[in-house]
Ligand binder design. Structure first.
Ligand code: RFL
Length: 407
């Protein structure tokens, strides 16, 4: 061993039926499903518990996903505390247009901050169902995925020792910047990417919502969005150049742009507040095909990154996690391989459906400010159709609210 290489733990490798890499919504849901069925499981996470329980991200959760959590005993707090949203508003050319999707479909959205869901899922997994989770791990590596005995190793946060854990299966739930995706050999995987060519300045304001629903502003200066996150915190988005520096967006400029882009006749004034998050997200998406290799199954953002345009990423992560959790339980407790063998194809159908809708909606949001009169005209036509054609409205509502397309 060289001086630079970490010490390998002297004890025998530990063994768990499933090692889950990543404690986001996907990994924690898989872990909870496994623990509920009495299946042994270890979750590895690079961050601390405090960090993941405070990391703000998504907020819009689709009704089928909440019902899926509820069926698995994971939605108690969410159902008590989440807001129900029944309509959204489009603002363009100085006018506002309400889109009442619950009236059309009978279904609604739940609004519940992702960090609250993660907090609930960690508590249930670790404190209630007795699942093991190791925080702060470093340099996670996967081996032997094509063998019947894969292993995952990592560096311990305290000692710097490398620990090896053997498993029957590995769930790669480590998000878009994780390591498990890279374990799929280059010749056996295809990554399909889409770059929207724009950035979004993602903002969290310490201010109550300015409207009783989600608002989308299509403006020649760029898209702007308003989404409640709770009674005292609101998420806003401003389209900006990709790679823009958040430092270019001081408080006054942010609120002036939001007022301009979300302005409409009769619209209530924006309720301004301190900006507690300000980051630029480059809008792009990708899908990894297939989502499984040997004993490794990818779930959530590790397999498919969906730009937050249509608020689909968390929902897709839950979709995968339900199927993967159920498939692993069926295999490990009853030898039934059906769920795992169909896992990748079923998840990919759903992921492509949501990617396509995000692309369609992205053009509605960004066409107006594209500088291309053709794209701007087409975006206006899409918007007009939503309010002129009941069939177009029903189709939009179905996709906006989301549904499991398969399974
Ligand atoms: P996550 O949540 O990224 O969790 C992955 C976890 O893995 C850890 N990790 C590792 N652990 C061990 N070893 C490694 N090598 C590791 N590398 C990373 C990470 O620390 C993390 O804890 O992935 P998951 O579980 O797949 O969940 C996906 C969702 O988080 C994501 O799709 C959504 O947040 C996307 N998204 C939205 N989705 C919605 O459905 N509705 C929304 O309203 C919505 N709004 C958003 C969003 C994403 C946003 N950002 C920041 C990209 C708003 C924003 C601003």
């Amino acid at each position: 061993m060289t001086a630079a290489s970490p010490r390998v733990s002297s004890g025998a490798a530990q063994r768990f039926p499933v090692v889950v890499v990543g404690a986001g919504p996907a990994g924690l849901t898989v872990g909870n499903v496994l623990r509920a069925a009495g299946v042994g499981c270890l979750v590895l996470e690079t961050e601390t518990r405090e960090f993941i329980e405070r990391r703000p991200r998504a907020g819009v959760i689709e009704e089928w996903a909440v019902r899926g959590l509820e069926r698995r005993g994971l939605a108690r707090s969410l159902l008590e505390r989440a807001q129900r949203h029944t309509e959204c508003e489009f603002r363009f050319a100085g006018e506002s247009y309400r889109f009442e999707y619950t009236r059309l479909t009978g279904r609604h959205h739940f609004v519940y901050p992702q960090q609250c869901l993660v907090t609930d899922l960690v508590r249930e997994y670790a404190d209630v169902r007795g699942g093991e989770i190791r925080f702060g791990v470093r340099d996670v590596r996967l081996r032997g995925l094509e063998s019947g005995r894969p292993s995952v190793s990592y560096l311990c946060p305290g000692s710097g020792e490398r620990r090896v854990v053997e498993a029957d299966f590995v769930a790669g739930c480590d998000g878009a910047r994780g390591v498990t995706r890279a374990a799929l050999p280059a010749g056996r995987v295809r990554v399909a990417c889409h770059d929207y060519g724009v950035g979004w300045l993602a903002l969290l304001a310490e201010a109550p919502p300015s409207c009783d629903c989600v608002v989308f502003g299509m403006h020649p200066r760029g898209f702007a969005g308003h989404m409640a996150r709770g009674p005292k915190v609101t998420r806003y988005y401003l389209q900006c150049p990709p790679g823009d520096d958040p430092g270019n967006w001081p408080h006054e400029r942010v609120w002036a742009e939001l007022r301009e882009r979300l302005g409409a006749v009769g619209a209530p004034p924006l309720r301004e507040g301190r900006l507690i998050e300000r980051r630029v997200l480059d809008m792009h998406g990708h899908i990894v095909e297939p989502m499984a290799f040997g004993r490794l199954f990818l779930a959530g953002d590790a397999a498919h990154l969906t730009a937050p345009i249509a608020a689909k990423g968390l929902n897709l992560a839950l979709h995968d996690a339900f199927l993967l959790g159920d498939g692993l339980v069926a295999h490990l407790t009853g030898g039934d391989e059906t769920g795992l063998s169909g896992y990748s194809a079923t998840c990919l159908a759903q992921a492509w459906d949501y990617q396509e809708f995000s692309q369609w909606l992205g053009e509605v949001y960004h066409g107006t400010a594209s500088g291309d009169p053709y794209r701007a005209g087409a975006a206006r036509a899409r918007l007009r159709r939503l309010f002129a054609s009941p069939v177009a409205a029903a189709a939009f509502a179905e996709q906006y609210l989301g549904a499991r397309t398969t399974g």
